[in-house]
Design a protein around this ligand. Sequence first.
Ligand SMILES: *[C@@H]1O[C@H](CO)[C@@H](O)[C@H](O)[C@H]1NC(C)=O
Ligand SMILES: *[C@@H]1O[C@H](CO)[C@@H](O)[C@H](O)[C@H]1NC(C)=O
Ligand SMILES: *[C@@H]1O[C@H](CO)[C@@H](O)[C@H](O)[C@H]1NC(C)=O
Ligand SMILES: *[C@@H]1O[C@H](CO)[C@@H](O)[C@H](O)[C@H]1NC(C)=O
Ligand SMILES: *[C@@H]1O[C@H](CO)[C@@H](O)[C@H](O)[C@H]1NC(C)=O
Ligand SMILES: *[C@@H]1O[C@H](CO)[C@@H](O)[C@H](O)[C@H]1NC(C)=O
Length: 927
Amino acid sequence: MMINFICWQSTKLAWILALLLNLVMMIQVHGQPASSGFISIDCGLRNSSSYNDSATGLRFDPDGGFVEGGMRKQMSQEFIANARNEQQKTLRSFPGGSRNCYTLPSIIGKKYLLRATFTYGNYDGLNKTLDGSLFLFGLHIGVNFWEAVNLTNYEPWAMVWKEVLTVAPSNSVSACLVNFGSGIPFISSLELRPLEDTMYPFFNTSVSIGLYSRFRLGNVTDFITRYPTDNYDRIWQNHATEYPWMDINTTNKVETLPGNNFFNIPSVIMQNALTLDMNNPGVINYSTAHPNVDTKTLQLLPIFHFAEINGSNPNRRFDIYSAGELLFSGFSPSRFQVDSLYQNGRFLHNPNATFRLKMTGTSTLPPLINAQEVYFLVRMDNLTTDTKDVNYMKEVKNHYNLTRINWNGDPCSPREYSWEGLTCDYSKSNQNPRIVSVNLSASGLKGGLAVSFMNMVSLENLDLSHNNLTGAIPDYQLNSLKIINLSNNQLVGPIPDSILRRFQAGLLDLRLEGNPVCSKFKDTYCSNKKKNTIQTMVIAVTVPVVLVSLLVLMCIIWKLCWKGKSDHVDYAMYEEETSLHVDLRRFTYIELKLITNDFQSIIGKGGFGIVYHGKLENGDEVAVKVLMETSIAESTDFLPEVETLSKVHHKNLVTLKGYCQNKKCLALIYDFMSRGNLQQLIRGGDDYSLNWEQRLHIALDAAQGLEYLHESCTPSIVHRDVKTPNILLDKNLVGIISDFGLSRAFNDAHTHISTVAAGTLGYLDPEYHATFQLTVKTDVYSFGIVLLEIITGQPPVLMEPQTFHLPNWVRYKIAMVNIHDIVDKRLLDQYDVSSLQSVVDLAMNCVENVAINRPAMTEVVSRIKELLPVVARGKFSGSASTSSMNPMDAEIRRKFQLTISGVGNEEKSFRSGYTGGMSELIPLSGR
Ligand SMILES: *[C@@H]1O[C@H](CO)[C@@H](O)[C@H](O)[C@H]1NC(C)=O
Ligand SMILES: *[C@@H]1O[C@H](CO)[C@@H](O)[C@H](O)[C@H]1NC(C)=O
Ligand SMILES: *[C@@H]1O[C@H](CO)[C@@H](O)[C@H](O)[C@H]1NC(C)=O
Ligand SMILES: *[C@@H]1O[C@H](CO)[C@@H](O)[C@H](O)[C@H]1NC(C)=O
Ligand SMILES: *[C@@H]1O[C@H](CO)[C@@H](O)[C@H](O)[C@H]1NC(C)=O
Ligand SMILES: *[C@@H]1O[C@H](CO)[C@@H](O)[C@H](O)[C@H]1NC(C)=O
C-alpha cells in the first residue's frame, strides 16, 4: 500500500497523519506488504506515468510533486536498450541553482533509509563521465552534507547509488543536489524506506550514517539482492569469488535470536557464506575501498554478519581486524544463528577500508563470513530553520508565486545556501535558526499583503517596497516587526490602528510613500524624509558629514573639469592620453557616435557587447563592436590584444580598422561583412541556401584563417571561440573569421563563474576540462563541429526530440540509418557522395576526444583542398552508396572485474572492484 502524498501545513494534521500511519503499520503486521510506507520516485519520469518495477514489484511514481526546479532528461538512445531498470532511463538534471532539493513526506522522529541512484547515460551527449574532466557534485541530507557523487571515469551506463540512514527531523525529509562547479548535478531515482525504530542503534537526530558498502557472500546468481527478499529494500551486492575461496551454503534456516532486532538480515542471505579451502586455511583479507570515494577523511563503522552454516560440529575461531586494529578476538560463530558484530557507535579510521579475518591457533577451520555492512559518519550538526518560519515562508512563496532559483530547500541552513533576501539569526547555536529579516523589494509581487509575514514571531525587518501590492493594509497584530517598508506599491488606506499605535509609540519604522494611501495621509511615513526623535540626532551627525563629502566631491569635479575639455563633457573627459603603439586609427567616442549615426543600427550582439553598423567618412562600411561596460572594468588584457590583432593580416581573418579606448567605452572597428555570419546562412530562413561547393569553400576559408593563426603567428594564437556565428561572410561569400583573440583577452573576466566559459557550449574541447590548457587543438575540435554544422545544417546541440551533441547525432544517424540521412535537406540531394564521406571523416577526426588524435589545421586545409576539385567537376549525385562507419560498434564496454589477490599461501585477500558506497552496475542485457 502506498501513502497518498499531500502537503500538510499544520502540525495537527501531521499528527493525525502520523497516527493514521502508525495504524497502517500496525495493520501491516496482519497481512500488509512490507513495502508499506515506501516512497519510490523515478526522477524525470513524465507526470502520471507511474509503473510497477518488474524486479521489485514496487510502484514508482514521477518526481513532479517532490521537486521544483530541474529538467526532465532521458539517457542517450544508445544505452536505453541495455538499461538495467526503468529508473535509469530517465533523470532530472539541475543546470540552474546551486542547491536543488527533493522533499519527501515522513514521520518526524522515524528512522529511514534514503537512497538516490545516478545513471548519467550521456543524456546531454557531452560524454561528461569520460571526457577526462572531473564530474562531481554533492548531496545533502536535509541541511547537512551527506556525500559527494564522483562520476569521473564511470561508464555512462553505470548505475551508482548512495544510501543514508537518517532520522526524519520533521514531517519531511529532504535530499538536495549541490552544484560544485564540476558538472551539472542530476538524479535518476530516489527511494525512502522506513526502518524499525530498533534498527541500527548507531544513528539518531544528530548523527546519520551513510552507506559505504554492503555485501553478501556465497554462491549467489543475482548481482544484487533487495526487496522483496529484504523487507527494508536494502541493496546487498554479491561478490563472485574463485579458488581458494569457497562458497558454502545451507538449506537450514538461520535464526535470529528474539530481541536481536538490530539488523533483521533475511535468512537467505545468512544461508550463504564465504570461507577458504580446507587445504588453504589462514587469513581472509579484503578491502571494500573504491577509487572514486575518498576514504581518508571518512570515519567508518563496520558491521559483520556471521552464522556457522557447516552442518557438523565445527571448531571455527578467528580474530577480526580493521586496518590492523584488532576489533574482536577469538570469535566463534553460532550454528544457524545470526551473530552481528559491531562496535557500538564507535567510528574507526580505516583509510583503505581493509579488514582481516584471521584463524586462531586452536581453530581447526578457516574463517567464514556471510555478509558485511560498512557505514560512514554523517554529522547532522546544522539545524533546520524553525519549522513555523519555514512554513510561513513557503506560504509567502506560494502566495506570490515566487520562482526564485535559490529559494529551494531550507531557507536559512546551511548558511551558504540560505535564501536570497533573507537574514537569519544563528546566534543560539543549539536552537533552530530563525528568520529575522525579509527583503522582497522590487520582486514583482502582486496582490494583497501576505498575512504569513505577520505570523513570523522573529521577523524584525520587512521590505516589500517597489512592488505592485494592492488592497488595504490588513489589521495585523505585529509581533516583533521593527521596520516595515511598503513604499511604492498600490496600497490603499486606512492604516490600521494596531500599526499606527506602534508607529506613534516609536516602536515601528513605517514607510508608505508612493502608495495611494498617502494621498490622504500626510504623516512622516508618507514622505521619504525620515523624521523621528531619534532621527534628529542622526541628522545632527549626518549633515556635517554630507557637507564635507559634498565639498570633496566638488573639488574632484572641479579638478576633472579642468583636466578635460569642457565641450565634450560626457565621455571625452575619460579619453586617455596614452595611445597604443599600433598602426591603427584611434577613434574618439564622439567620432564613433558620428559614424554609427548615434548607435542606431544594431547588427549583432555578443557576449562582449553590441555590434553597430557604421559608415566612415570615405563611405566604407564598418562594424563597430562596443564592449559592455562591465567587461571594460575587467579588460586589462584588452589593449595588448588589440596590438596583437593589429599585426594579424590574412584574407580569411577580419581586419581591424581602428579602435576607441577610454574609461567609458572600448570599441573595435572592423570591416563590415555584408552577408552576415555562417550561422545565419546555414540556419537562417529557407530563402537562401548555400550549395555544396560554397559550403566547402567557406570551410576551406575558415580552415585557412585558423591555420594562419596557429602556424604563422609566434606565439600561436588560439582563437578559443571558433563557431559559426564567428565566421563572417563578405559580399562574395568568402569566409572570414572574427572575434579571434578576444576570448583570450577576456579570460579572467569570464571564466571565474564556471570552467566552461572559455568557449561556447557545444563547441568545447572535452579535453580542455581535464587540463584547462588551451592548445591549437582546442580550435581544431571546434572547427570539427563547424564542419558538421556545414554538412548537416544542424546546431551543435540538438534539442529535439532529445538532447544530442552533434557528433553523437551524426554517429547515431550513420549507424542507424545511413550517411545521407545527416545531410542538410536544403541541399536537395545535390552533393557529391564521395566528398561527403571524406568531409564527415575529416570532421569526426577533428572532434576526436583526445587532442593528439586530431589533425593540425594544415592537414585540415590540405584535406579540404583535395575535395574541392572533385566538386568543381560538377559530379553531383544523389544515389546512395552505403558505406558505413560505425564508431559505436567499436566501443568496447568496460567489464566489471573483481580483483582477487592472494598474498602468499597463508593469506588470501579479496577486494571488491566496486562498493555500495559508490556502486556501479553493468547492464545485464536480456536479464
Ligand atoms: C567518450 O569519451 C571516451 C574517452 O575519451 C571515448 O572513448 C568514447 O568514445 C566517447 N564516447 C562518445 C559517445 O563520445
Ligand atoms: C553546516 O553548515 C556550515 C556552513 O553553514 C558548513 O560549513 C558545514 O559543513 C555544515 N555542516 C555539515 C555537517 O554539513
Ligand atoms: C553455484 O550454484 C549453482 C546453482 O545455483 C550450482 O550449479 C553451482 O555448482 C554452484 N557453484 C558452486 C561453486 O558451489
Ligand atoms: C550448496 O552446496 C552444495 C555442496 O555442499 C553444492 O553442491 C550446491 O551446488 C550449493 N548450492 C548452491 C546454490 O550454491
Ligand atoms: C573523483 O574520482 C576521480 C577518478 O577516480 C579521482 O581521480 C578524483 O580524485 C576524485 N575526486 C574527488 C574529489 O573525490
Ligand atoms: C593503504 O594503501 C596504500 C597503497 O595500497 C598503502 O601504501 C598504505 O600503507 C595503506 N594504508 C594503510 C593504513 O593500510
